[in-house]
Design a binder for this molecule. Structure first.
Ligand code: ASP
Ligand code: MG
Length: 411
């Protein structure tokens, strides 16, 4: 039998009634002849509640016990979903991570899936089970303890199962009806995309379009898993949602397919750094060790052996970045005159695989922003993305103007 993976996020299983509605969708796919692997999240809000309890007891918690606690919410949903399916006369069984087993690294709270043996579940399918309901987000370490995959990790569970079982597709049911050209809250011209390439989705996901956990998209790209993002609150149809797929599966693509933004960024400038071989390593090495997510980096021309170095990072990491750099300065590893933090910037990016073969995108982007009187503070580009840092107060304006300029409302 062909295998289909269906993943239901927290809002899609928020209460028994919604679990019933989700189960009906599973029943429809079973009736089509699929063996279905259902991956469930925690009922919405439950993981946060569990994390809250752990923090209340012990802010410096033992990560093994954190995992023991926060993984438990998915077990509840898996059992309930299996029960509802059984009530519908669909042969279903729940599976916790260790029962499959979903083998992971022992990096508790952010474990990676290493292997999912298929024999256990496949032998049950052969015996007549039609649905395996698997608790998402969790696995088992080589030491035999339960692990979790990081927040939002059940998307990654779903893709990993789709890859392991060679599923026809991996449907991710959520509370939005697909991936949009930009956040519909910023402009009502935002349009749902029918298809988007893995590479583009990766850029959008990591830029704050939080539909899918970034790691799940990386995994889908590596294994060529066709991912569909769709709403569990709409009528079922074959072309609902957005298909995240390989570039070759997209007939025609625009140059720019999405405008992403990340509101809460900071721009840090080290003024007058001694310019010598190894200086970048001496600055960014300690920042990386401190877990600062450095994004854009610009080094100015140097004069008389000194230069300015600018980088961006999330605004809530500014304090840690300042402390880290001060420490490196005190220990003599680096030498700078001043450190200036601008905490009022946002990043806006145009994303599209068509940029690889078409020129002029950057020029159009800069012209559009200048026509709106928006000053660009830092620019960075990659093969399929152009990002700028601008004052936060202009973020809506910039997104709307770029969405118009690249005619994203038109299919
Ligand atoms: N329940 C977990 C979380 O909220 C995993 C998931 O839902 O993807 O992060
Ligand atoms: Mg999620």
């Amino acid at each position: 039998m062909p295998v289909l993976v269906m993943k239901f996020g927290g809002t899609s299983v928020a209460n028994v009634d919604r679990i019933r509605r989700a189960a009906k969708r599973v029943g429809v796919e079973v009736a089509k002849g699929y063996d279905v692997i259902v991956i469930v999240s925690a009922m919405s809000g439950k993981t946060n509640e569990l994390v809250g309890w752990v923090n209340e007891i012990s802010p410096l918690y033992d990560a093994r016990e954190y995992d023991a606690v926060v993984s438990s919410a998915e077990n509840v949903t898996a059992g309930l979903m299996a029960l509802v399916l059984q009530e519908m006369d669909v042969p279903a069984r729940s599976w916790q991570g260790w029962q499959v087993p979903v083998r992971t690294t022992s990096a508790h709270a952010s474990a990676r899936i290493e292997e999912i043996p298929t024999d256990n579940i496949n032998s049950r399918f052969a015996d007549g089970m039609k649905v395996a309901v698997v608790a998402g987000f969790q696995g088992i370490s080589p030491e035999g303890r339960t692990t979790t995959l990081g927040r939002g990790g059940s998307d990654t569970t779903a893709v990993a199962f789709a890859a392991a079982f060679d599923a026809e597709r991996c449907d991710i049911y959520t509370d939005v009806d697909g991936v949009y050209t930009t956040d519909p809250r910023i402009t009502d011209k935002a349009r749902k995309l029918d298809r988007i390439a893995f590479e583009e989705m990766l850029e959008l996901a990591s830029l704050g379009a939080k539909v899918l956990q970034t790691r799940s998209v990386e995994l889908a790209m590596r294994y060529g898993v066709r991912l569909r993002v769709l709403s569990s609150f709409e009528e079922m149809s074959d072309n609902a949602g957005t298909l995240v797929c390989a570039e070759e599966d997209i007939m025609e693509s625009k140059v720019v397919n999405g405008i992403a933004f990340s509101r809460d960024e900071a721009k840090m400038t080290l003024i007058s750094v001694a310019d010598r071989p190894g200086i970048a390593a001496a600055i960014f090495g300690p920042l990386a060790e401190a877990g600062i997510n450095v994004d854009m980096i610009v080094q100015n021309i140097s004069e008389e052996g000194r230069t300015d170095m600018t980088f961006s990072c999330p605004v809530d990491q500014v304090l840690r970045a300042e402390k880290t750099l001060q420490k490196a300065k005190d220990s003599g590893e680096i030498n700078y005159h001043d450190l200036v933090a601008d905490q009022n910037v946002s990043k806006v990016s145009a994303v599209g695989i068509g940029m690889r073969s078409q020129s002029g995108v950057a020029a159009k982007m800069f012209k559009t922003l200048s026509d709106e009187g928006v000053n660009i503070k830092v620019i960075a580009t990659s093969e399929i993305k152009i990002s700028v840092l601008i004052d936060r107060k202009y973020v809506e304006l910039a997104v709307q103007a770029l969405h118009d300029a690249f005619e994203l409302e038109k299919p």
